[in-house]
Write a protein that binds this ligand. Structure first.
Ligand SMILES: C[S@@+](CC[C@H](N)C(=O)[O-])C[C@H]1O[C@@H](n2cnc3c(N)ncnc32)[C@H](O)[C@@H]1O
Length: 246
C-alpha cells in the first residue's frame, strides 16, 4: 500500500506512484497527511471526484496556470495536476497545511504543483489563467467551520478577502474560468456567468464574459449570481514562489 509511510520516510524518495492517485478513494488519499489534517478532510478538503471534474473544466490547454485560493493541504492541486496538463499553484495562510501539502507533493513527485505560504491578499491574479475556490473565507462567518485557532477569523475578514478576490477576478481577461465549490458567489463579479453546475449545484463553473455580452445580460436583468445566504459546507521543485507576491 502506498500510504503506510511515516513522516520520516516522507523526506526521502523513492516516490509514490503518481498513476495511482486517480484510483484512490478519499480516505486512502488522505492517509498521506498527519492525522489532524486527515480529520478535517470530510468538511474542509475537496473530494477527489470534485477536484477531477473542476480541474478538467479549468485546464483548457497544456500549462494552463490554475490558482487554488486557500489550498489547505494541497489536495485539489495534487488531483488536478495528476489528471490534467495544467500547472497548479496553491496559496495557503496556515503554515502547518503548507508543510503537509509540500510533503505530499514531494512524495508523489508532482512537478506541476507548487504551494505558496501567503495570504490571498498578497497574490497577484494576473499571473494565473484560472481559479478554484472551495469556500475559503467561510470560517470568518461561521465559527462551527473553523479549521483551528491558528489564524484570526472575523466577519470583517470575510468581506475584505471576498472583495479582494472579486476585484482581482474583475481585472482578468474575458474567457477566464473560475470554479466555486459550496460557495455563495460573493467573490465572483457580475461579469462572470455560471455556465454549468454539478454535484447537486454545489460545484459551479464560471466564465468571464466580454463587455458586450455582460451589458446585454444586465439589460435583460439577467444577473447570474446573488443567491440567498445559506450554510456553505457539506456535513461532511518549482520556480521561485515569491514571484507571485505583490
Ligand atoms: C475549505 S478549505 C479548502 C482547501 C482546498 N482548496 C481544497 O479544496 O481541498 C479553505 C482553505 O483556505 C485557507 N484560507 C482561508 N483564508 C485564506 C487567506 N486569506 N489566504 C490564504 N488562505 C486562506 C484556509 O486556511 C483553508 O485551508
Amino acid at each position: 500500500m502506498p500510504h503506510t509511510r511515516s513522516d520520516a520516510d516522507m523526506h526521502c524518495l523513492p516516490l509514490l506512484d503518481l498513476e495511482f492517485i486517480q484510483y484512490l478513494e478519499d480516505r486512502e488519499f488522505d492517509m498521506i497527511y498527519p492525522e489532524k489534517v486527515q480529520r478535517r478532510s470530510q468538511i474542509h478538503w475537496s473530494p477527489i471526484h470534485v477536484a477531477q471534474y473542476a480541474s478538467r473544466f479549468l485546464v483548457t490547454a497544456p500549462c494552463t496556470r490554475v490558482l487554488d485560493i486557500g489550498c489547505g493541504p494541497g489536495k485539489f492541486c495534487a488531483i488536478g495536476a495528476s489528471v490534467t496538463e495544467g500547472f497548479f499553484t496553491g496559496v495557503e495562510q496556515r503554515d502547518n497545511l503548507v508543510r503537509a501539502a509540500r510533503k505530499m507533493i514531494l512524495s508523489y513527485g508532482l512537478l506541476n504543483v507548487e504551494i505558496i505560504h501567503a495570504n490571498i491578499k498578497d497574490i497577484c491574479f494576473q499571473n494565473f489563467d484560472a481559479f478554484y475556490l472551495f469556500n475559503p473565507f467561510q470560517e470568518n462567518l461561521w465559527k462551527l467551520f473553523r479549521i483551528d485557532a491558528l489564524v484570526e477569523v472575523k466577519p470583517q475578514l470575510y468581506l475584505e478577502y471576498s472583495r479582494y478576490v472579486a476585484h482581482e477576478l474583475a481585472q482578468c481577461p474575458d474567457g477566464t474560468r473560475v470554479v466555486t465549490y459550496w460557495g455563495d458567489g460573493d467573490e465572483i463579479p457580475a461579469c462572470y456567468k455560471c455556465v454549468e453546475t454539478a454535484f447537486g449545484n454545489h460545484l459551479q463553473m464560471w466564465i468571464k464574459q466580454g463587455a458586450d455580452s455582460h451589458m446585454a445580460a444586465s439589460a435583460r436583468g439577467n444577473q447570474p449570481r446573488s443567491k440567498g445566504k445559506k450554510p456553505l459546507h457539506p456535513p461532511k521543485a518549482p520556480a521561485d514562489p515569491l514571484r507571485f507576491l505583490l
